[in-house]
Design a protein around this ligand. Sequence first.
Ligand code: GAR
Length: 203
Amino acid sequence: MRTRIAVLVSGGGTNLQALIDAARRGELPHGELALVVSNNKDAFALKRAERAGIETAVCLRAKGEARVDFEARLVEILEARQIDMLILAGFMAILSADFVARWPDRIINVHPSLIPSFCGEGFYGLRVHEAALDYGVKVTGATVHYVNEIPDGGRIIAQKAVDILPDDTPETLQRRVMEQAEWILLPRAAESVAKELGMRNEE
Ligand code: GAR
């Protein structure tokens, strides 16, 4: 049986698209992109999922709502679809220790820097690239890692370095890191974790 994957998103969804494209090319044989969940109802990622015929769900955290209540709804959505594995692909929310403990070694995240640089709370999206440029590093990259209770602190699965060019802006750097690292690493890591989970389930 293929590992049933939910992809959690918040925005544009280019990493989701990389997963969809890889699956279409037959590069995700051990995984099934069964569900896309967004915590933002306007996320373009939802359109990408619909276009690809993947079921979608929106799980919003209302202003002032306790994280535990938001996560309880998220768990319900995931359990109702018998999801085995989660991929955080531009998901802009930090999950609690209790939530991640439900899915040990079953949640992976893509982060747009070479962890442990420019990561942790407050480092997400363009801010990561702004921080790299402000610091003046000459090389950055992307990391795919398991998710544990420490933001961006789980075991590293794969990393790829990307050069910073003299004229880079956060936007040009973000694009290069996506093209040269994220969109390549994430589908490969997804397949290897899905395969590993599939083998574990058969034991
Ligand atoms: C990606 O660069 C992803 O690595 C980053 O947000 C962007 C989402 O783009 N994620 C984080 O910063 C998480 N800490 P996408 O919606 O086009 O995939």
